[in-house]
Design a protein around this ligand. Structure first.
Ligand code: ACO
Length: 427
């Protein structure tokens, strides 16, 4: 394979280096193109643009492969704990038992949130969208933990990481309890990371809390499946905000905002709302299939299609199985699930969806599990953010320690050419 590509433009030949990754993906390095030929490249939505080199996550959208640091997602979802996966993503290797114990202890030691943060929560109306609340609270943490991270110090970096890993689930749980009018639960240091999340979210003030094993297993899987997905919209946002040397918490807050949209993390909420709407409309899935295919109708089948997976989403396979298991174990008989199954069946054999390679994505099933666990629909994307936290941290750390330059894309200007100011009385 050649290590250079030659571009011919205006009778000039320009050699551009080709770089190849460890999984043999190749890219033309166009950094010198502007100085050599006064050209930039244009690629709206970055559909074919690599923004960085990264050693964290590998995915192959055609083959349906997803690996964290070389480990297959199927194996991690089956065997690992979420905290082990978080450690793997952030620090590059699976932890030893001692490393994992220390990581867990340090996170627990940092899981107290300043009481003044509650005043901020109280200031939000109860009906505020939890993603807006979570983004604000994550940003607010900067005020309570003002020291900026010295990215050249592993110790400083580690301290910032355990701080946010400890406090973030508390913010998530408080956000949900606020929307439900429930008092805050401070968790327990005797529970592990996932158990503690469950307690902080679901405990009732007048009941002894016992963690349900099926709930724990399903949540552990969901968090692992969402933990990283290379350079998607929210992760790229975290990296680009961090590239200006904005702090970790500020960069994460921006990532949360990016995740909120219905074309990204907000799709899990949109899926459930769509399934509910179909049920309320009488359950005629064929009617909604027609709407999704009608180019004059803005309706899209939420939970179908993916920017990079054009064959199948490997996370969707794992999560579909987990959804079946958890619904059976919890004894949930959900009519919305029947609608989901019909839609899936119809779409998988419909030429429109097959030709465009539109398959169910991870969000098609995750909402069904969250619903069976009793998590309110508006909280679904917050749960996604909880899982994605270690991925965002890992990507931020890689970007800062790799001394990447500030993110600053180019454009092709298409507006008016120079013209003279016209006085307001003459317009
Ligand atoms: N329903 C109906 N038609 C669709 C859908 C859908 N869900 N998704 C794509 N299409 C059609 C488009 O209209 C387009 O048709 P055309 O070629 O006739 O114009 C074609 O398929 C390609 O669509 P694009 O939008 O160009 O695909 P892209 O890769 O840019 O977008 C996206 C991917 C945003 C995920 C899209 O499939 C979508 O909107 N899906 C629904 C939202 C969703 O589930 N998002 C979650 C993504 S997963 C995640 O973030 C974890």
């Amino acid at each position: 394979m050649s290590d250079k590509a030659t571009l011919t433009y205006n009778n000039q030949s320009i050699d551009l280096p080709v770089i190849t990754g460890t999984e043999n993906e190749s890219a033309i390095d166009i950094a010198a193109l502007r100085s050599a030929a006064n050209l930039v490249t244009i690629d709206p939505g970055y559909k074919n643009t690599g923004s960085c080199k990264s050693a964290i996550t590998f995915l192959d959208g055609d083959l349906g492969i997803l690996r964290y640091r070389g480990y297959a997602i199927e194996e991690l979802a089956e065997k690992a704990s979420f905290l082990e996966v978080a450690y793997l993503l952030i620090f590059g290797e699976l932890p030893t038992a001692d490393q994992l114990m220390k990581f867990e202890m340090d996170i627990k030691a940092n899981s107290v949130v300043d009481e003044d943060v509650k005043k901020i929560i109280d200031a939000f109306p109860k009906a505020a969208h939890p993603m807006g609340v979570l983004a604000s609270l994550t940003s607010a943490l900067t005020a309570f933990n003002p020291s900026s991270v010295n990215v050249d110090s592993e110790e400083d970096m580690y301290k910032a990481i355990v701080k946010i890993m400890g406090k973030f689930p508390v913010l998530v749980a408080w956000t949900m309890r606020k929307s439900q009018g429930l008092p805050i639960d401070y968790g327990s240091k005797y529970l592990d990371y996932v158990e503690n999340i469950i307690k902080m979210m679901f405990s009732h003030p007048n009941e002894t809390f016992v963690v349900n094993k099926s709930v724990k297993s399903a949540l552990n899987k969901l968090l692992i499946l969402h933990a990283d997905h290379e350079q998607n919209c929210s992760t790229s946002t975290v990296r680009i905000v961090g590239s200006s040397h904005a702090g970790l918490f500020a960069s994460l807050s921006a990532g949360i905002s990016a995740l909120w949209g219905p074309l990204h993390g907000g799709a899990n909420q949109a899926v459930l709302e769509m399934l509910e709407a179909i049920r309320e409309d009488g359950g005629d899935t064929a009617k909604f299939m027609l709407k999704a295919k009608d180019k004059n109708d803005p309706f899209r089948l939420m939970g179908f299609g993916h920017r990079v997976y054009k064959n199948f989403d490997p996370r969707a396979r794992i999560i579909k199985k987990a959804a079946d298991e958890v619904l059976e174990e919890l004894g949930v008989d959900d009519p919305v699930l029947d609608i989901a199954k019909s839609l899936e069946k119809e779409a998988l054999s419909d030429a429109y969806f097959v030709d465009r390679k539109l398959y169910p994505n991870v969000d098609f099933y995750s909402g069904i599990i969250y619903r069976s666990l009793g998590i309110p629909v508006q909280m679904f994307t917050v749960m996604f953010a909880l899982g994605r936290l270690p991925g965002w941290i890992a990507q931020w750390r890689e970007m800062r320690q790799g001394k990447e330059p500030i993110g600053r894309p180019r454009q092709i200007y298409t507006g008016a050419t120079i013209r003279s100011y016209v006085d307001i009385s003459k317009r």
